[in-house]
Design a protein around this ligand. Sequence first.
Ligand SMILES: Cc1cc2nc3c(=O)[nH]c(=O)nc-3n(C[C@H](O)[C@H](O)[C@H](O)COP(=O)(O)OP(=O)(O)OC[C@H]3O[C@@H](n4cnc5c(N)ncnc54)[C@H](O)[C@@H]3O)c2cc1C
Length: 506
Amino acid sequence: MDDRYDVIVVGAGNAGLSAAAATSKGGLKTLLLERNILPGGCATSFCRGRFEFEASLHELANVGTKEQNGSIRRLFDSLGADVGWCTEQTAFRVLADGHGGYDATMPSGMEAFCDEMERQVPGCRDSVVTVFKLAEEMNAAIAYLSSGKADPNVLMNEHADFMRMASHSVDECLEALQMPAKAQNILKTYWPYIGAKTSELDFAHYALLLERYIRTFPAMPEMRSHELSLALEKAIRDSGGDIWYNCEVTELLFDGETICGVAAGERKWYAGHIVLNCFPSTAYSQLMEASKVPEKAAKIDSARRPGSLFFTVNLGLNRSCDELGIGDYSVFLFDSPDAGQQYDTLFDTERSFIIANCLNKVVPNASPKGTCMLFLTTMLTEEAWGEVKPEEYKRVKNRIAKRMIETYERRLGASVSPYIEEIVIAAPPTFARYLNTPDGTPYGYQIQPWDTMISRIMNARNEGFIDGLYFVGAHAERSDGYSSTYANGRSVGERIVREVQKNVGA
Ligand SMILES: Cc1cc2nc3c(=O)[nH]c(=O)nc-3n(C[C@H](O)[C@H](O)[C@H](O)COP(=O)(O)OP(=O)(O)OC[C@H]3O[C@@H](n4cnc5c(N)ncnc54)[C@H](O)[C@@H]3O)c2cc1C
């Protein structure tokens, strides 16, 4: 087997797959190496008994319909991938307990969403419409910044709202728009998709996320997220790329100060461009000698911290969702209407919120006739999970899962416990083992006021500390999520293609 490539991609998560698809499609000789035996990282599925469970995806933004396609549908179409998309008409249902609590079912699509907001909170429509208008402006400004330009005059003249609002938090901007409190709370329902407190999360980032989910209908692939990973895998192979599974990269190879390849145990491969779908912290601590890590890279890396941790419970139930009275695909269960208080539950293994998804509501034949699958997710901080001692692991894991199931039953009035045929619990160590991320986070580095999506985009090129070495994934500038990691991987892949073409032409 040849050991020389133009590009080597380490890790076949969403960003690694889309980077390798872009470079192989761009005519570069590409090798993708993955330590697991399957592609996808988070984007995968697993079987227990007669159920095939989704490992991560609740809903994929930016898919849209055939007639009104979003960027993700276009991405897969352009790869010739025939994904069976199941579009969601309802964006989410949110049930918030406590004083001022509410139960709102919010449709997808801008008009329907704004109408329902007005029905829920009379008088809020104008401010909600303004949020979506601002999101469009944020989008245009971020596209400008992503192109590597940042002329202050252009920003002031053409992206004035962005300049006014970008450095402010979600809470500050919604307050400035004089949006009624209940409407603010409903609008903030998606904060777990970034995992940051809305008083600290920059408005531009959240507005973009919200707009992506609401404007173009979110969707689920018919065959779980594994279908998406297989489609990208096929695209890489179809354009001549090589993929090796069960192949953990253990070392980055240097020729003097220049990166020149990777090693997996005794095996070595060489390329001028190395793309890592693992965290910089993992690369610096595990894949290279400390003397090779640039001082500034080490400093930035140690200032960042891993994002939120996940805890999931997958249930295979031997009754259909209709028989069990499960009416919604996606429900957020909070014990307070206040987003700040909701975030604080991440510090408490006894209280953290739940997102409940019943895949059969979107993909009716996702499990055998007369059965359904329920996917319960919660999130925790490293501080909360760090309290759990190894000897307590099994007990705490089972206690959290039991609490999540009981909370779901109590809040939604659906009895599911007697019908559990399969149960699979994934705690932070499960994710850490599978993904090789710090503490098991699938969310990259925590978004913080000094380390926002925008500051990352503006600094992205300055953070290329080692020529020829690129990082892609949830830890990169666009942060976590399927659409962000696909977009990040693809744009880095396309950039490498352009650089190679430029050098060939020079
Ligand atoms: C429970 C859950 C629910 C989620 N829900 C949603 C959702 O509804 N919508 C959404 O948009 N996002 C969701 N996410 C987030 C989303 O899944 C992730 O942010 C995204 O998939 C991360 O992609 P990534 O490219 O960073 O790669 P990862 O998924 O982190 O994969 C990295 C890959 O690199 C491999 N690797 C690492 N080190 C090496 C090495 N040394 N050698 C070889 N291979 C290596 C790993 O094995 C892994 O396969 C969810 C995540 C979870 C866990």
